[in-house]
Design a protein around this ligand. Structure first.
Ligand code: C5P
Length: 240
């Protein structure tokens, strides 16, 4: 496989075309950003860690029948994925009150919700990714109501699988963000990444935050925390 021209550069990844149509080459960067890019830092090894963690999670989901764009990890910080047209929605699932949900509703962080909540945010940096209702999504023709129902169903299934996975390694899956894309045949599949950048992960015994909140709130060494997640997932980080 050959890496061709840069297609898109995001905050955490670069996406390249390849010599094979329908296959993209993703490079995970060492950049950490928060608050819509207002806080930024380079964290050596973060790209490698997220590539490895995301690879493990996408592979586990595949073994449970959940398709994603992931094809294979090809180097420490690169992977090949299927090309999809990204649906401009951030699909957030919450099991425990935290983050913007706690802030918006004035709730105490840490309360367990009596059922998982699914929220949709419009992927738009200029607008600061606003929260959308299902009516907004339909009226703005971002997706149909049937598609919204499918996204919810997929997010809830992924929540079940990932909550169990993390429970087995002593971690509570507090909340997480997913992105989905459409294949050439209009099938909706999971895309982007699943990593401590996109999930809130708390140690089950100590409630220690093992995710990007460490960077957002200056709680300590992000690399150490991401290494801890990779180790618990059965991986080893030996590059830096
Ligand atoms: O900030 P908020 O509480 O809405 O985030 C919910 C979840 O979605 C968190 O796990 C956060 O890391 C993730 N998220 C993300 N990318 C965003 C916004 C939120 O991965 N742009």
């Amino acid at each position: 496989m050959e890496k061709h021209g840069l297609l898109y550069e995001g905050k955490a990844k670069r996406v390249y075309r390849t010599n094979e149509s329908g296959v993209l080459w993703i490079e995970y960067k060492d950049s950490a950003t928060a608050f819509n890019g207002k806080k930024k830092s380079e964290i050596i090894g973060k790209g490698i860690l997220n590539n490895e963690i995301s690879t493990r999670i996408f592979s586990l989901l595949k073994s449970k029948g959940i398709e994603s764009h992931f094809i294979e990890r090809i180097s420490s910080n690169e992977q090949l994925v299927r090309e999809v047209s990204i649906i401009p929605l951030e699909v957030v699932t919450r099991n425990i009150v935290a983050g913007s949900f706690a802030g918006r509703l004035g709730l105490e962080e840490g309360a367990v919700l009596n059922k998982p909540i699914i929220e949709f945010y419009y992927k738009n940096d200029e607008l600061g990714d606003p929260l959308l209702t299902e009516d907004h999504i339909e009226a703005l023709e971002i997706a149909s109501l049937d598609e919204v129902a499918l996204l919810k169903e997929k997010a809830l299934k992924i929540n079940e699988v990932l909550s169990q996975l993390f429970l087995e390694i002593g971690i509570r899956l507090v909340d997480f963000k997913l992105e989905f894309g459409k294949t050439a045949s209009n099938e909706i599949i999971l895309a982007d990444e699943i990593s401590p950048d996109t999930c809130r992960l708390w140690d089950i015994n100590t409630n220690q935050k093992l995710d990007k909140d460490v960077f957002r709130k200056d709680l300590g060494d992000l690399t150490l925390v991401y290494k801890e997640i990779l180790n618990r997932l059965g991986g080893e980080f030996s590059h830096v």
